[in-house]
Design a protein around this ligand. Structure first.
Ligand SMILES: [Zn+2]
Length: 390
């Protein structure tokens, strides 16, 4: 394939850089020419989270000259299990500041461009335009489609990775030479069907592997060496420790990279993915009770049954005293354990799963049933801060 970056001209390596990159320079596949390509390369990383952490660290260490980072989040304690670019002392700081400090410690030669903003249809093209390659480390579908479409419209390669629990995927979507993300997934999944890592969990090492693959693919594109993951979807199963590969074909009818595209400018991706607002919020379609009201019920010793529909391993982390565990998946067959004459309160972690349980039980004839608004997280915030949040 053609090289993505311009051939170096007047740029040279300093004596310090020659020493720093010596393990690259002695390989003919990289050499001085490749290292100068890296130095001139401009890579944009979307997100400084799980995938972004190894991606950014390795690109910086390898000597990519200009690294743009798009992120608007702050570091929190739940990030540290996998987002190795941030440390404990960074909790509360903007991720972009923390990432920049780490990069400069690893390689002060890297120019870091901070885009501390939410990526939107209004700003994506302007932000992307200045970069050679975009590496997507996002964890949500609207941004993933947005990144894809912006890359297709601008003719830039999109180094893709995604992770969930023990499984990862990686590919390079480069519409000039192969399929794009929409060729693979023309339609987003129904909202709420695919759980996020915050809901379903992710093994800490997994983003390290997938993000490193993204870094490697990015470097290969810059060098113009090897076989890029264009037209191939790499699937990684960490539990089985197996890699599989799917051949991807360009869809001639692809709405964005096909012969007659219907998407010729960026659209409203939240609407496209059926999501409105900042986060997926379960509509209050079932009766609710607030943590404060529940506390009052307990203090007044009103008779009621408290059902926890989380999983046993979550119950081991924390619980509300007196709760009875029936994981959501077991509710239908264990419904007989409940009496529809009782006052029932159902809770989970954040209130979404328990809303599903309440909805199901109401359809089954339960009337005196309510959902704990905000789940055990809100209980911890509003009633009992000794309950750990996760
Ligand atoms: Zn396409």
């Amino acid at each position: 394939m053609a090289t993505i970056t311009a051939l170096p001209t007047a740029v040279q390596l300093s004596k310090d850089e020659i020493l720093r990159y010596s393990r690259h320079l002695i390989m003919p596949e990289v050499g001085m020419e490749g290292q100068l390509k890296l130095k001139q390369a401009k890579v944009l990383c979307i997100g400084a989270g799980g995938l972004g952490a190894p991606l950014i660290l390795y690109l910086a260490a390898a000597g990519v000259g200009k690294l743009g980072i798009v992120d608007f989040d702050a570091v929190d304690f739940t990030n540290l299990q996998r987002q190795v670019i941030h440390g404990t002392s960074d909790v509360g700081r903007p991720k972009i500041d923390s990432a920049r400090d780490t990069i400069h410690d690893i390689n002060p030669n890297v120019e870091v461009v901070a885009h501390e903003t939410r990526l939107t249809s209004d700003n994506a093209l302007d932000i992307f335009r200045d970069y050679d390659i975009v590496a997507d480390g996002t964890d949500n579908f609207p941004t993933r489609y947005l990144v894809n479409d912006a890359c297709v419209l601008l003719g830039k390669p999109n180094v893709y990775g995604s992770i969930f629990r023990f499984e990862g995927q990686a590919s390079v979507f480069y519409a000039k030479e192969g399929p794009c993300y929409r060729c693979l997934y023309p339609e987003p999944p129904p909202p709420g069907l695919v759980p996020s890592c915050a809901e379903g969990g992710v093994l800490g090492v997994l983003p390290g592997i997938v993000g490193s693959i993204q870094a490697l693919e990015t470097i290969k594109l810059i060098l113009g060496k090897g076989e890029p993951l264009i037209g191939r979807l790499l699937l990684f199963d960490a539990l089985a420790m197996k890699f599989r590969e799917l051949k991807l074909r360009k869809n001639p009818d692809c709405p964005v990279c096909g012969a007659n595209p219907t998407v010729t400018q960026l659209i409203d991706y939240e609407q496209f993915c059926g999501i409105r607002g900042e986060e997926y919020v379960e509509p209050a379609r079932v009766p609710e009770i607030t943590p404060i009201e529940l506390k009052k019920m307990m203090e007044q010793r009103k008779p009621f049954v408290l059902i926890d529909v989380r999983e046993p391993h979550e119950y081991d982390i924390c619980r509300i005293p007196g709760s009875h565990l029936i994981p959501l998946g077991e509710v239908p067959r264990r419904m007989h354990e409940l009496n529809s004459a009782d006052e029932i309160v159902v809770h989970c972690r954040s209130g979404a799963r328990s809303a599903k349980a309440v909805e199901f039980l109401m359809k089954s004839g339960f009337r005196k049933i309510r959902n704990l608004k905000g789940g055990i997280l809100a209980w911890s915030d509003q009633v009992d801060p000794s309950v750990p949040k996760y």
